[in-house]
Design a protein around this ligand. Structure first.
Ligand SMILES: [Zn+2]
Length: 488
């Protein structure tokens, strides 16, 4: 405490941000005020005209919000490989949830290139970690700019426990996966993800997932899923997801919810009604990203449902990254199917959704925002750099899909609650100082399908654990991120 000129005890802080429009993450209306940071926490809030900070920032009426939590990422290895995480902090993201779609960088000891889609994390087996504890320790040793909440992937466990992946697991294999999952949860894993759509897990029966998860509700874990089918059989997949949650007695989160393929355009009314019905008796939420195109490994099956495909990477033909698949076929003088074969292993962007469905799903009250960005791609989907500003600028401000307070809630407190992140996702006294200062008038995603690696406009400053990581349109060099261990 120091004495100020009026004789009132004034508190000394590290940083004071004055004259901000504070959106606290709860969904409540914003208010104008000041916020102070001491070390890694919010140390005062309100009218701080009598307080002093070692450094002071005039927000000039810009929005001060909790740092965004990206509920759906594939940043497992990016946290190690590109610790500046500029594609995230440039959007105001301060925490990423990793290990999605059944795919995690740990626990897996492997001596060859992992099969797709596990290789979307890294094609180099040396980048995988044999134990979950070892992975989290590696994040501690070389911290990233953002915090990480890490999940265990079902396909990763299958690859470690099973000789062949084209069948459901035996009792012994399920036991082996349960043992590894328990060790990982003890080490601090926040959840268990499945990707039943993908080849490494496609043959897994529903019962396999239920048996692996039984008893893990004691760990307070969540099950997130890239469902078996997001196209013609989406209703069956929602029923399967709900059944896993009910029978394993665990909260479930439907990842990147969408209705894929022309046949299924307009079905979001039906899928959201099914989700509402399940929610009446169990814990079930979802996330989504704000685009009509998805992105994943390239394979022929996906083409049937897409109106256009762009190549995001190819091991044998990296020169075709960013090309339209049809142009690649012409250039190679081959059929589209033969072209795909020639490009593999490879990734693509698939234009396969309907704008009205995207809007309905984003606006659904229980939808969080998750980017699903793939940081290793040479020509990534623009969601990697644009997701959060696109929701705030395009969908909230320009299109009026929901108010700004609601948009912020979908990327902060709602996500923190699902992943049980203590003292994050809200602005209040004593919470961690994960913060973003942005201009509500100008915030805009700049990343496009043509030029995806472009930082957004309108993000002024970003703080992680009280340290400034993004300022004046660039990374500050600070890497205050933490591996947030799940405690149960
Ligand atoms: Zn997925």
């Amino acid at each position: 405490m120091t004495e100020n000129t009026t004789g009132v005890q004034a508190q000394q802080h590290d940083i004071i941000i004055r004259n901000a429009r504070v959106i606290d993450g709860s969904g409540e209306p914003s208010f104008t005020g000041d916020l102070a940071i001491l070390d890694d926490r919010i140390s005062a809030l309100g009218d701080l005209s009598k307080d002093r900070g070692a450094s002071e920032i005039d927000a000039g009426g810009k929005v001060l919000a909790p740092g965004f939590i990206d509920s759906h990422t594939h940043d497992d290895h990016a946290l190690v490989a590109t610790p500046s995480m500029d594609f995230k902090i440039s959007q105001g993201v301060t925490t990423v949830v990793t290990g999605n779609c059944g795919v995690s960088i740990a626990p897996l000891a492997i001596d060859r290139r992992p099969p797709p889609p596990i290789d979307l994390l890294s094609g180099d087996p040396r980048n995988f970690h044999a134990t979950f504890a070892g992975y989290l320790d590696a994040l501690d040793a070389e911290p990233a700019a953002v915090n990480a909440v890490c999940q265990v992937g079902h396909s990763t466990l299958r690859l470690a426990a099973m000789e062949r992946l084209d069948r459901t697991a035996t009792g012994d294999e399920i036991d082996a996966m349960r043992t590894t999952l328990a060790e990982s949860m003890e080490a601090g894993a926040a959840g268990f993800s499945t990707g039943l759509f993908y080849p490494p897990a496609r043959a897994a029966a529903t019962e396999e997932v239920i048996e692996i998860l039984e008893g893990f509700s004691d760990f307070g874990a969540i099950h997130t899923t890239h469902m078996r089918d997001e196209a013609d059989h989406i209703a069956d997949s929602i029923a399967e997801t709900a059944r896993i949650g009910r029978e394993a007695k665990i909260p479930v989160l439907i990842s990147h919810h969408k209705c894929v393929g022309r046949n299924n355009h307009g079905r979001s009314g039906e899928t959201l009604a099914a989700i509402d019905q399940a929610r009446a008796t169990q814990l079930l939420t979802l996330d989504a990203y704000p685009y009509v195109a998805g992105s994943t490994m390239l394979d022929a099956g996906r083409l049937m449902t897409a109106s256009k495909v762009l190549v995001t990477w190819s091991v044998p033909h990296p020169n075709y990254s960013g090309w339209d698949l049809e142009d690649v076929a012409k250039d190679m003088g081959r059929s589209v199917d033969d072209t795909i074969e020639a490009l593999l292993p490879a990734g693509g962007i698939f234009f396969s959704m309907d704008e009205e469905d995207v809007r309905k799903i984003l606006a659904y009250p229980h939808t969080m925002i998750g980017s699903d960005g793939i940081p290793g791609d040479e020509h990534p989907h623009p969601r990697l750099w644009g997701t959060f500003p696109r929701v705030l600028g395009h969908y909230s401000r320009d299109e009026g899909l929901f108010d700004l307070e609601t948009a912020v809630r979908k990327m902060t407190s709602m996500t923190a609650e699902q992943f049980k992140l203590k003292d994050r996702g809200t602005i209040r006294l004593g919470a961690f100082a994960d913060l973003v200062l942005f201009d509500a008038e100008t915030i805009e995603d700049s990343a496009t399908f043509e030029h995806p690696k472009t930082p957004a406009r309108g993000i002024d400053r970003v703080f992680v654990n009280g340290r400034l990581v993004w300022s004046d349109g660039g990374f500050t060099g600070a890497r205050p991120g933490r591996a947030l261990r799940h405690r149960h």
